[in-house]
Design a protein around this ligand. Sequence first.
Ligand SMILES: Cc1ncc(COP(=O)(O)OP(=O)(O)O)c(N)n1
Ligand SMILES: Cc1ncsc1CCOP(=O)(O)O
Ligand SMILES: [Mg+2]
Length: 221
Amino acid sequence: MRGQAGDVRLYLVTGPVPPGADLVDVVADAVGGGVTTVQLRDKDATTDDLVRLGERLTERIGTRATFVLNDDLQAARALSGAGLHVGPDDLHPARAREALGDDAVVGWSLHHVDQLKDEAAVAACSYLAVSPVWPTPTKTDTTAPWGLDGVRRLRDLVPADLPLVAIGGISAANAASVVGAGADGVCVVSAICSSPDPGDAAHTLREIVDAALAARAEEGR
Ligand SMILES: Cc1ncc(COP(=O)(O)OP(=O)(O)O)c(N)n1
Ligand SMILES: Cc1ncsc1CCOP(=O)(O)O
Ligand SMILES: [Mg+2]
């Protein structure tokens, strides 16, 4: 059972915000600008920290965006309705599905094409993520970047009804090319979190993604 992916068109993964800015305000502005899914990611936070911050974030976001935790199943379980994003070195997606139930959003990063041979994992997921498309200073411990050819290759291999998002080095300058290559949504950290105006950055990205999805639909792809 895959659960519902929710709307993955513009997917914000949290990261460092400029000095003096509050992450909750940044995320709220970004959701106001058009972010459809928010992932709380802080590799240094404890489960308690994540739950406390998750409560503040979900209170501000309400039902305007899907909310997902990175890596931490316990934190996801503590936050009603939260989903979980895992990678191949984390909890297996089928275990996350069992723990969170049929309706939860469960996402899985694709680092290697061989991961698609794990049918139980793919079947448990609400979406898959091409990770990373390009190298990025935001996360340096990645496997080799897929590039746009990798996005095309994975879109051909992943079941057509399973949303495929893309992450890593994506900005307003290249988001359309990622959607053109077959991604159903783009995930960003710095393009929004490092922006002096996160709401405007999200609005610009959302317009680009929506236009690229519409162009793809018109071409019948
Ligand atoms: C949407 C999305 N895609 C990929 C990742 C990376 O996950 P992972 O490979 O497990 O690496 P960490 O984020 O845990 O460092 C992601 N978090 N979100
Ligand atoms: C969390 C994560 N997973 C793969 S790349 C990445 C970071 C993406 O950050 P940015 O959008 O700033 O390139
Ligand atoms: Mg992980």
